[in-house]
Design a protein around this ligand. Structure first.
Ligand code: NDP
Length: 444
């Protein structure tokens, strides 16, 4: 049995009740087979795969808080500190009723490789709670966040573990958690990222994931002898990633003709009006029907359907499993050349394989949406320096990082005879750096 198969078997035995974690480990280790086979003796002797699939530690704790009726509620808190070979643990805090240990482990494991790809010194971790922020008052959110941080504060720190936002954890929650940390520790340090601009947050963090996606896409297109100028782009989603991806694509001279939300989608052959989209989604928090009502060139459709529009480039920026095999077939039939993921896991595995098999340049979210976490690491740097960089400075660094990521994943794929397989390239490039650091640091 190969070393990869042996470790997959072991991971299955030890984590049988965690399907999401098993899926992530299986996908990553399968794509690493060529690297592992080339270094089998060294990796086996040092138990590299056994160590990289076992978190440094997983912390679970009770989060009691009092609701507006005076009733005590109890949630479960998690922080999985997966691997700190290249820097302090870094990864978001997810607040959603579906959160459990297996999901946090899956996200923490993936984060190791994504963070490594940014070329910045950040390890992998993830946390959160099964608390549901929907429908809670501001006071209830604060009560939860303070209780959550009271326990979490024992395990984190600016040089130890630096959590950030994720689903359900936005600027409001980060603010409440930061306030409680400061109060408990009696000091002001950059222990969280995604902070407000008045207390250590970074300019350009809001734009970073969408802008970063386009910097990487532009470099990919350029290396294939093309430019963004005049390209037709299809984007899904109408949230943070989609809005800033659309804005940057337009700044680069492309025409973005779609957006979508959880109920419907827009086809706007004149090109999406970003100012109007921001007004509808960020200010009014309304449905896309309002966009269509305000813009004569826009057509609104119920349900899903952006992938049926003819395009050169497709950028899924909404949610997981939103680009299915039939969508991939439609994109290929319409001559789409490039798919880069702004969201996490938006393309199903069979759709990914179909796109790759039909010559579409496909870059997965681990590389393509790493601009968000990279800019969080830049927030850490600014906090350590006690300085704030200008928007232009952060944006220029972000661009350099994304261009570098593209070349790293391209190079890694070529080195192992898989030219053009950017999914494998991303896993390999992220993995190699972490493994080299682990080997240098001995058995730990
Ligand atoms: P937002 O919540 O701001 O936006 C998500 C958008 O997707 C919303 O417009 C939402 O619609 C829409 N949406 C949700 N479900 C569906 C669906 N089933 N079909 C079509 N549209 C849907 O999230 P973000 O933009 O921040 O994140 C989007 C993705 O990017 C997620 O996968 C996230 O994990 C990933 N990501 C985000 C980063 C960031 O920095 N923000 C960093 C890295 C990854 P509605 O308006 O109706 O809610």
């Amino acid at each position: 049995m190969s070393y990869v198969d042996e470790v997959l078997e072991l991971v299955k035995q030890k984590n049988a009740s965690e399907p999401e974690f098993l899926q992530a480990v299986t996908e990553v280790l399968n794509s690493l087979r060529p690297v592992v086979e080339a270094n089998e003796e060294l990796y086996r002797k040092n138990a590299i795969l056994e160590r990289i699939t076992e978190p440094d530690r997983q912390i679970m704790f009770r989060v009691p808080w009092v609701d507006d009726k005076g009733q005590v509620q109890v949630n479960r808190g998690f922080r999985v500190q997966f691997n700190n070979a290249i820097g302090p643990y870094k990864g978001g805090l997810r607040l959603h009723p579906s959160v459990n240990l297996g999901i946090i482990k899956f996200l923490g494991f993936e984060q190791i490789f994504k963070n490594s790809l940014t070329s910045l010194p950040i390890g992998g971790g993830k946390g959160g709670s099964d608390f549901d922020p929907k429908g809670k008052s501001d006071r209830e959110i604060m009560a939860f966040c303070q209780s959550f941080m009271t326990e979490l504060s024992k395990y984190i720190g600016a040089d130890v573990d630096v959590p950030a936002g994720d689903i359900g954890t936005g600027a409001r929650e980060i603010g409440f958690m930061f306030g409680q940390y400061k109060r408990i520790k009696g000091m002001f340090e950059g222990v969280l990222t995604g902070k407000g601009l008045t207390y250590g947050g970074s300019l350009a963090r809001t734009e970073a994931t969408g802008y970063g996606l386009l910097y990487l896409t532009e470099e990919l297109i350029k290396c294939h002898g093309e430019s963004m100028e005049g390209k037709t782009v299809v984007v899904s989603g109408a949230g943070n990633v989609a809005i800033y991806a659309t804005q940057k694509a337009q700044q680069m001279g492309a025409k973005v003709v779609t957006c979508s939300d959880s109920t419907g989608w827009i086809y706007d052959p004149e090109g999406i009006d970003v100012a109007l989209l921001k007004e509808v989604k960020e200010v009014k928090r309304a449905r896309l029907t309002e966009y269509a009502a305000a813009r004569p060139s826009a057509q609104y459709h119920e349900g899903r359907g952006v992938w049926q529009i003819k395009c050169d480039i497709a950028l899924p920026c909404a949610t997981q499993n939103e680009l299915l095999i039939e969508d991939a077939k439609q994109l290929v039939a319409n001559g789409c050349k490039c798919v880069c993921e702004g969201a996490n896991m938006p393309t199903t595995i069979d759709a990914t394989e179909y796109l790759q098999a039909n010559g579409v340049w496909f870059v997965g979210g681990k590389a393509a949406n790493a601009g968000g976490v990279a800019t969080s690491a830049l927030e850490m740097s600014q906090n350590s320096e006690r300085l704030s960089w200008s928007f232009e400075e952060v944006d220029a660094k972000l661009k350099g990082i994304m261009v570098n990521i593209y070349h790293n994943i391209d190079d890694a794929a070529k080195r192992y005879g898989m030219e053009g397989n950017y999914v494998a390239g991303a896993n390999i490039a992220g993995f190699e750096k972490v493994v080299n650091a682990m080997l240098a640091q001995g058995v730990c």
